[in-house]
Design a protein around this ligand. Structure first.
Ligand code: AMP
Length: 176
């Protein structure tokens, strides 16, 4: 993967959605056919030998590369959604974000203890969202959990929230 080209394709929007946030806009990466293919190939190479059975994507930007990875890895795709969106019985967790609070849910029949889970979101900031997602996934007692993000904001040290045995991959890294 040409990390520099991928990094340069992400658009920075200052003060969105609130003052002080440097918002990393990945739509400018996804709209470029060559870069999207490169990202998809790179992610596939990272995980093809891991025996992934389910890719779990976090609403909503985890729903872009998540299903793409699932299809390429011959795995199923499972959505984690904001409260009130999933129609069947759910588990839920409430957590704090870089800006605000949220509750996320997963269907109670989405996974089981034979699954090897790849949890995906676009960006690791404080890690609160993914940490809540890991708590949801642990309810199913899966074989193993891998974490994948396109972007990591290093200054926020989000990765320190996770158990050292959880493998975390990030592709594009910013200091702030
Ligand atoms: P956190 O829980 O703090 O790790 O925040 C991660 C979630 O919030 C991800 O779903 C991101 O899409 C979103 N997010 C947080 N900070 C940013 C940012 N600076 N730019 C874009 N998205 C962000």
């Amino acid at each position: 993967m040409n990390i520099e080209r991928l990094t340069n394709s992400v658009r920075n929007i200052p003060d969105f959605p609130i003052k002080g946030i440097q918002f990393k806009d990945v739509t400018t990466l996804f709209k470029d056919a060559e870069l999207l293919k490169e990202l998809s190939d790179g992610l596939y190479e990272m995980y093809k030998e891991k025996g992934i059975t389910k890719v779990v994507g976090i609403e909503s930007r985890g729903f872009i590369m998540g299903p793409m990875m699932a299809e390429r890895l011959n795995a199923g795709f499972v959505p984690i959604r904001k409260k009130g969106k999933l129609p069947a019985a759910t588990y839920e967790v409430t957590y704090t974000k870089e800006y605000g609070y949220d509750t996320i849910q997963i269907h109670q029949d989405a996974l089981n203890d034979t699954d090897v889970v790849l949890l995906h979101d676009d960006l690791l900031a404080t890690g609160g969202t993914m940490n809540a997602a890991v708590d949801l996934i642990k309810k199913f007692n899966p074989q193993k959990i891998y974490l994948s993000f396109l972007i990591e904001l290093l200054d926020l040290k989000g990765r320190e929230l996770f158990d050292p045995e959880i493998e975390i991959n990030t592709i594009i890294r910013y200091n702030n």
